[in-house]
Design a binder for this molecule. Structure first.
Ligand SMILES: O=c1nc[nH]c2c1ncn2[C@H]1C[C@H](O)[C@@H](COP(=O)(O)OP(=O)(O)OP(=O)(O)O)O1
Ligand SMILES: [Mg+2]
Length: 536
């Protein structure tokens, strides 16, 4: 029967004065009895299909009047009438209407109600994949318990009667949007707890599963009117947290996100957001609710330059697209990680960048000079690791919050000198700046003057310290074994390279850069670090 009825949007655009007959299939959204000036009763009925809505006035002398007096919101009808206009407004004359049988209704459901634009199964799978990323297992279980507790209705419910995401699967779509936003934006705010933020994003509106009747015409339920989705959601989440034995502090903070997500007290929030996670979730909700309202307003459209008034936005929205021939262009934003290297040694930057390029993850590696230069710092720890973190922490203070900071502390450890110069390699000869490498090399050769071959074993050691955007700290060590020769050989590399003889019979200053970057202490540490980054 699909072909023998027309969509409401088609009927409303029939030419004025055509007085064309139509047949529509639509759902009764609301019904009111009114009195005309002459004292006779008439009914005002709002009907909608998935293309739009129309308001019908049905008078007592019409056959349709009898059908309608027995109807209630959510019933679906086949409507026969004539398109007519009154003062330029669509005002059809209704001849008769028949209630759709249950069978007809099921076969037409997709035509009658608006469904979220994204595929429901795919949205559901993506939501669960984000839930699996929640680091804290108790919070993760709490989210799953709450969803399981409310059941399938979460995945079908609308998110609203009118304001935003007001369609089948709108709640799923809106919750997924918040979860996606949370995952994308969390790196910018490392002080926001990720488990609570994602849980709050997924669960913030779960009370709507109870606040709304889940029939074809969404209305508030009795308990929905008496308690509202904020408090209903709080109750669902509290029960889940208690069942999952979430600790008291996390339970209180998760409850607070639900109670405060509505933003302002006059919008129905039970408390003003007072934790980093609650402020974060309420702002994500604000963004997605308003963008959802813009989407619906533009989709419904209208004849004018602007849409009809959008209550959620307190304005009308300009309908025309921007006059921009580049409007379809995708903005290229590197999806990779940003890493800044905390060193004032340009050789280290060059080697690390080359190695990242060779076997890196998708990341953008920069030197400290790109963000204001390496701050002065005192490398006064007594291990390579300690000094590496001193440098990483110094740059972290001025690095963008969503960037990783990586520092390298390295040196040469000579067995005949009891491990010296070791962590003091850079300042071994006490010379700073340009002449340092030369002075260090001369001092080392002098110190080993009387040490015979066979007792000149040494190794390069490198410790890389990584500070992640979320504050996590990791270190990785690499070594390469060799011995100290009797005089500088080779022009490549830096520091002690001309003196460091590999078992193969050449110094690391004689190796081409790419070869050094395969076997060096720095390469070995960096390979471990990249393994870690790939898990991030
Ligand atoms: O592959 C290498 N080939 C030769 N020499 C090397 C190497 N790797 C470290 N080295 C030597 C150079 C310096 O004498 C000391 C590092 O000292 P270290 O404090 O980590 O570096 P640094 O002061 O040059 O720069 P910064 O502290 O800003 O990272 O070990
Ligand atoms: Mg140094």
């Amino acid at each position: 029967m699909n072909s023998d009825f027309q969509k409401i949007s088609e009927i409303k655009s029939l030419p004025e004065g055509s007085r064309a007959q139509f047949c529509a299939c639509a759902i009764l959204k609301s019904l009111q009895k009114r009195l005309a000036k002459n004292g006779s009763e008439f009914l005002v009925a709002d009907f909608a299909d998935n293309s739009g809505s129309m308001t019908l006035m049905v008078f007592a002398d019409s056959l349709a009047y009898i059908s309608l007096t027995r109807a209630s919101a959510g019933d679906a009808f086949k409507i026969f009438g004539v398109a007519d206009f009154y003062n330029g407004r669509f005002s059809p004359k209704i001849d008769s209407m028949e209630k759709l049988s249950e069978e007809e209704l099921q076969s037409l459901l997709g035509e009658l109600v608006e469904v979220a634009p994204e595929n429901a199964d795919a949205m559901r799978a993506e939501l669960f994949s984000i839930i699996e990323k929640i680091p804290n297992p108790d919070v993760r279980e709490t989210v799953k318990y709450a969803l399981n507790d409310v059941g399938e209705v979460f995945f079908r419910s609308t998110a609203a009667i009118k304001m935003h995401h007001a369609y089948v699967c709108g709640l799923l779509e809106h919750s997924l949007h918040l979860a996606r936003l949370a995952v994308k934006l969390l790196p910018m705010y490392p002080f926001v707890n990720p488990s609570l933020a994602i849980a709050g994003a997924v669960l913030h509106d779960i009370g709507k599963t109870i606040e709304y009747s889940q029939g074809l015409a969404t209305e508030k339920t009795k308990i929905g009117i008496l308690q509202g989705h904020v408090v209903l959601g709080f109750r669902i989440v509290r029960k889940a947290a208690l069942k999952c034995k979430l600790n008291e502090d996390l339970t209180g903070r998760l409850e607070h996100i639900i109670l405060s997500h509505q933003g302002e007290l006059q919008w129905g929030a039970a408390a003003v957001a007072a934790t980093p996670e609650a402020v974060f979730v309420s702002m994500l909700d604000y963004l997605d609710a308003r963008m959802g309202a813009v989407y619906s307003a533009l989709k419904t459209g209208g004849d004018g330059e602007f849409t009809d008034l959008v209550p959620a936005l307190q304005t009308r929205i300009l309908q025309s697209k921007p006059d921009d021939e580049f409007a379809g262009a995708k903005v290229e934003v590197s999806s990779g990680k940003k890493i800044f290297i905390a060193t004032s040694n340009a050789h280290k930057v060059k080697e690390i960048k080359a190695m990242f390029e060779e076997w890196g993850v998708d990341c953008d590696v920069g030197g400290a000079d790109e963000i204001g230069g390496m701050p002065e710092c005192d490398e006064n720890a007594d291990t390579f690791e300690g000094n590496a973190f001193i440098k990483a922490d110094a740059l972290k203070k001025i690095a963008p919050a969503d960037a990783y900071v990586l520092a390298d502390d390295s040196g040469i450890v000579v067995d005949a000198l009891g491990g010296n110069p070791g962590i003091h390699s850079a300042r071994y000869a006490g010379v700073k700046g340009e002449g340092a490498d030369k002075a260090n090399n001369e001092k080392l050769l002098k110190a080993l003057e009387n040490i015979p071959d066979g007792e000149r074993s040494a190794r390069f050691v490198c410790v890389l310290a990584l500070v992640c955007p979320n504050g996590e700290r990791k270190s990785f060590e690499g070594r390469v074994e060799g011995f100290i020769n009797h005089g500088a050989k080779g022009k490549n590399g830096f520091g002690y390279d001309p003196l460091f003889e590999l078992p193969e019979g050449m110094t690391t200053a004689e190796l081409p850069e790419a070869c050094k970057n395969e076997i060096s202490h720095r390469a070995r540490a960096l390979k471990e670090l990249i393994k870690f980054l790939k898990t991030q």
